[in-house]
Structure formats: C-alpha cells, structure tokens
Design a protein around this ligand. Sequence first.
Ligand SMILES: NC(=O)c1ccc[n+]([C@@H]2O[C@H](COP(=O)([O-])OP(=O)(O)OC[C@H]3O[C@@H](n4cnc5c(N)ncnc54)[C@H](O)[C@@H]3O)[C@@H](O)[C@H]2O)c1
Length: 355
Amino acid sequence: MANDPMGGKTPTVLLTGVAGYIGSHTALAFLDAGWHVIGVDDLSTGSRSAVPEGVEFIEEDCRSAALRNRLAGRKIDAAVHFAALIRVDQSVSQPVEYYEANFCMLGHFLKSAQVLGIPAIVFSSTAAVYGDQGDAAISETAPTLPSSPYGRSKLAAEWMLSDFCKASGMRHVTLRYFNVAGGDGEGRAGPRADATHLIKVVSEAATGQRDLVRINGDDYDTPDGTCVRDYIHVSDLADVHVAAVKHLVNGGKSVTLNCGYGHGFSVREVIERALALSDRPFPVELGERRPGDTVFVVADNAKLLRTLDWRPQHDDLDGILRSAIEWEHVLIARRAAEQGAAPSGTKARKQPLRT
Ligand SMILES: NC(=O)c1ccc[n+]([C@@H]2O[C@H](COP(=O)([O-])OP(=O)(O)OC[C@H]3O[C@@H](n4cnc5c(N)ncnc54)[C@H](O)[C@@H]3O)[C@@H](O)[C@H]2O)c1
C-alpha cells in the first residue's frame, strides 16, 4: 500500500478505560475498522462484560509499572486515554480523588507511553472546561472557565499533555466531548447502568424503570425556558477517535477539537421526543433549578470537520433516543436472565418503538 504509513501491517491501538461507556464503543469502532485493540481497565467503575469480544484485554491500573512490563516490546501505534472519574457532582465532595484520577493518572500513563515508544495519544476531555459561555456555539478558542473540580482536573490534564508533547515529541489530539448519548446500533454496548444524564433518565422512564422525569428549572433564558445541550451519538464519537488516531498516525499536528453536532436540544424537547417514541407514557414534574447547571452548551464543530476525515452518521435526536431505549431493553433482558426469569411483563417492551 503506497500511502499506508503502517506498511500494510495491522495497526495496534491501546485504549485505557476500555470497560467504560465510551471506551467500549470506541473499541468496537477500531475493531470494525480492522485495528488490533489492546484494552486496559482496572474495572474500578467499568464492567468486564462491556469489553467487546476481540479486544486483547488487560485488567490493570493504567498507572502501574505492571502495565509497562506486560506491554514491553509491543509495537503500539497510538493510545487513547479514557480512564477517569467522570461525575461532576462527586468531584465537588472528592476533589483530591478527581485530581488524582484525571490529572495525576494521565501523567503516569504518559510516562509509560513514552517508555513503550507510543508516538501519539488521543485524550478524552470535556466541554466542562468551558463553563457558562452565554448562548453562542462554543469554539475551541473560547475562554476556559471550568465550574467544577471535574472540569478543572481535565483542564489541568490538557495543559500537562500539551507541555509533555512539546517536550517529548509525542503528538496528541485532545477531544472535548459535549453531551454523549445513545448506544451501539447492534445492541453490543450502551451507557453504564448507573449513568444519570437526561437521555439515560428518559430512557429508563420510557421502559418503566423510573416513575417520573424531573425538569430542573424552566425559567432560563432559552426559547422554552429549559437548558440546551448538544447531544452527540456515542458511535459518532467513537468514529471521531478512529479519525483522530489516523490523523496522528499520518503525521498530523497536535490539536484540540470540540466534539458535538453544532446544534442543541432543550430538556423539554428531549422529553417530548422520548414520550413520542415510547409506548409507556411517563409523568414529567417541574422542579427547581439545580445549582451549577449551565444554560446553553453547544459546540462550534467547524474545526473538527476541517481537521479530521469524519462526518456525523447519527445526527438525529430520535435515533439517539431509540438506541438508548433499546439498550435499556437489553439491560432489562440481561437482568432477567441473570435472575433466571423471563423479562417481567410490566418492564419489558411489548411493542416496537414508534418511528
Ligand atoms: N460520558 C460522557 O458524557 C463524557 C463527557 C465528557 C467527557 N468524558 C470523558 O470520557 C472518558 C470516558 O468516559 P466514560 O463515560 O466512558 O466513563 P466510564 O466511567 O464509563 O469509563 C471510565 C473507565 O475507566 C476505568 N478506569 C478508571 N480508573 C482507571 C485506572 N486507574 N486504570 C484503568 N482503568 C481505569 C473505569 O473502570 C471505567 O471502565 C472520561 O475521561 C470522561 O471524563 C465523558
């Protein structure tokens, strides 16, 4: 292959946090694209069952020297670092744990990657580094004003990564994810069972696992008074990682990119679509504003589209919701199987989802 920097060999990518939500979907995307995937996870919050078949799985703390030893001598073309703690609310009461997991852990992993001769890394960052920015789409040049220890630990990690790459010659793509949602279209992976974001909540309500959905404030300065978010389908985001790694492997420069679709939906719009798609109407309650909620978080994704060979395939709120609801049915069926019973009539889906 004339333009193949791998010289025709199967390329290898190392994923940390492979047993988590985005790591497991990204492993599927790399496997589907013909890569060999080495996946590391200490299973501290992830689940072994989330690791896709075909991944060379190593159960290990990605900070440990043991990982370095186990991978010594292997040729790894790039790494993607997902492993982290991810709950904004938890980061407020446990800031040190969040700096350890999101900042210090990256430092340890970068040193291992350097010893292993890995030339390129993709890093999972977040729109939480921006904080509240008003009602315009947010570009990568917007000021970084994180409002939580989670966001600050990720921003500090971004700075360390950038400094490390300048000093070492390693190259990086830092991806700032907006709201990640949905599940694999073939039912092979989906959001974590304990996730708490809106799409997960409405999917649980739509499948009878939750009694009601609460709107946290409807007096914001938005068209319908509820907060607006840019929801990106997790399978599209997984493909962004494949494109980012290819960018680096092909000699592309270090870069920071927003990952979103460039338009948002309000809380009320998401709930209305979930109700329309569900065969189980659920009650919706109006609650107070939650302290710290940002009002309008939508990505300007022009740089992403300009830089990577990637185009969205799932930019469709109904499709995101359908895949999330389908995943709830997978979870319900799994739980029932574990308990040795068929899914209960009240919880299981009786009719196809409305289209
Ligand atoms: N989920 C989102 O909406 C979202 C949004 C923005 C950014 N992110 C970022 O994306 C990344 C992945 O998020 P996710 O939703 O898949 O999280 P997740 O919690 O589902 O997955 C994280 C995985 O990392 C593993 N892990 C934690 N510490 C480890 C360690 N020391 N060694 C090895 N493995 C370890 C956990 O066991 C887990 O499987 C995180 O860095 C997160 O900050 C996620």
